[in-house]
Design a protein around this ligand. Structure first.
Ligand SMILES: *Cc1c(COP(=O)(O)O)cnc(C)c1O
Length: 381
């Protein structure tokens, strides 16, 4: 299918080609992308401060709103400090490239997001260990090799640093990383633990504080990478953690050599964080909708995998089946994503449904009955 072009705001219903569609595939988990309070904050900020920053942050491109947002995010995540960049993708590049060099060691889950894979490439780290997806036993089996490398001094005489990096929520299956075990292993081998919480923020934990809050592991994960373009509803990425590490990241090339967020983006995000901090109503509504959707599909016999989050895969196997089903749903007025190779392995093609807090019970029921109508033949085997 062609890229859908929206003629309306992002929301539970969107206009494409003059027609209204029920939207089941954006990452607008909490419906904040078109929230009036957030829009008002952006508009007011433009009146006061204009639009662009016209300089990189360290020169003259930092507005008080950037500082306010970073303070709020550090508070929201219950960490010492935060740094905001223009995307989650860039945030991963910044973390890996800045903290590691060629002779260091990185340990990464095989299903990690593309931005982590690219970050590892960019850092040119030579000692790479990729463990089977969420397989702690496999990770443990790599430790003797890692220990050996850790004892070989680098050219400058110091010993290599080790980083363990994982998505918190895996975006294709909706399963979550075993963060408690990763914390234990990171401590055991003296590694920096980095968790990318892009699909956890606004979803997991108290008030949507994310996966570290979900597991009650505050201050035990060295760095959390986040995105401001999913549940937070705007654009941007951020990094939270210990002050000493965040200070190091203020020297990241992704901070020094590209402009920061625009004024309205930043003001909008200040209000997003306010909304999440004030109430967990949207998060609870999201989970209610997710449970309704998953139970409905499971009861009909669809294979919805092992998701532990609102991300709802409908696994069909064949690429052509996934594409056929997405097209059939589109013809019925529902828009979902077909996820195929290389986003998932061959033979594991699927639809991916993502409910938002704003969907009504009727919206969710429409999706279930329509999938039953168009999908029985392809997905119910
Ligand atoms: C979406 C996503 C990103 C990228 O975030 P952007 O802000 O869109 O650049 C990074 N990591 C994970 C795990 C993601 O799901």
């Amino acid at each position: 299918m062609n890229i859908p072009i929206l003629e309306s705001a992002q929301g539970t219903h969107v206009f494409i080609g003059g027609k209204s569609y029920l939207n089941m595939c954006s990452n607008n988990y909490l419906g904040l992308a078109n929230e009036p309070r957030i829009k008002k904050s952006a508009i007011n900020s433009i009146k006061q401060y204009g639009v662009g920053t016209t300089s990189v942050r360290p020169l003259i491109g930092t507005n008080i709103l950037h500082i306010q947002l970073e303070k709020q995010l550090a508070g929201f995540k219950k960490t010492e400090d935060a740094l905001v960049l223009t995307g989650g993708y860039l945030a991963n590049l910044a973390v890996v490239q800045t903290l590691l060099s060629k002779e260091d060691i990185i340990v990464s889950d095989e299903y990690n997001h593309a931005s982590i894979i690219d970050a590892i490439r960019l850092s040119q780290v030579r000692n790479k260990f990729i463990y089977s997806h969420n397989n702690i036993n496999h990770l443990k089996s790599l430790l003797p090799q890692i220990n050996k490398l850790q004892k070989i001094p680098k050219n400058d005489g110091t010993y290599p640093k080790t980083m363990i990096i994982s998505d918190g929520v895996f975006s294709m299956d909706g399963d979550i990383a075993n963060v408690p075990q990763l914390v234990t292993i990171a401590k055991q081998i003296g590694a920096i633990l980095v968790i990318d919480d892009a699909h956890g923020e606004g979803v997991l934990g108290n008030h949507g504080r994310g996966i570290v809050d979900h597991f009650g592991l505050h201050n035990q994960v060295d760095i959390e990478v986040g995105t401001l373009s999913k549940a937070f509803g705007v654009i941007g990425g951020f990094i939270t953690g210990k002050k000493q590490l965040i200070d190091q990241l203020r020297k990241a090339r992704q901070f020094l050599f590209t402009n920061g967020l625009t004024i309205p983006d930043t003001a909008a995000l200040v209000e997003s964080v306010n909304i999440l901090t004030e109430s967990d109503e949207r998060v609870r509504q999201l989970w209610q909708n997710a449970t309704l959707l998953k139970n409905g599909l499971k009861n009909l016999g669809f294979n919805i995998g092992e998701s532990q989050t609102p991300i709802t895969p409908v696994i069909v196997g064949e690429e052509s089946s996934a594409q056929y089903l997405a097209k059939s749903l589109f013809d019925e007025g529902i828009i979902v994503s077909a996820i195929t190779f290389p986003m998932v392995e061959k033979g594991k093609a699927r639809l991916r449904l993502i409910p938002s807090s704003l969907h009504t019970q009727a919206d969710i029921e429409t999706v279930i009955t329509t999938l039953k109508k168009v999908g029985s033949e392809y997905a119910l085997k």
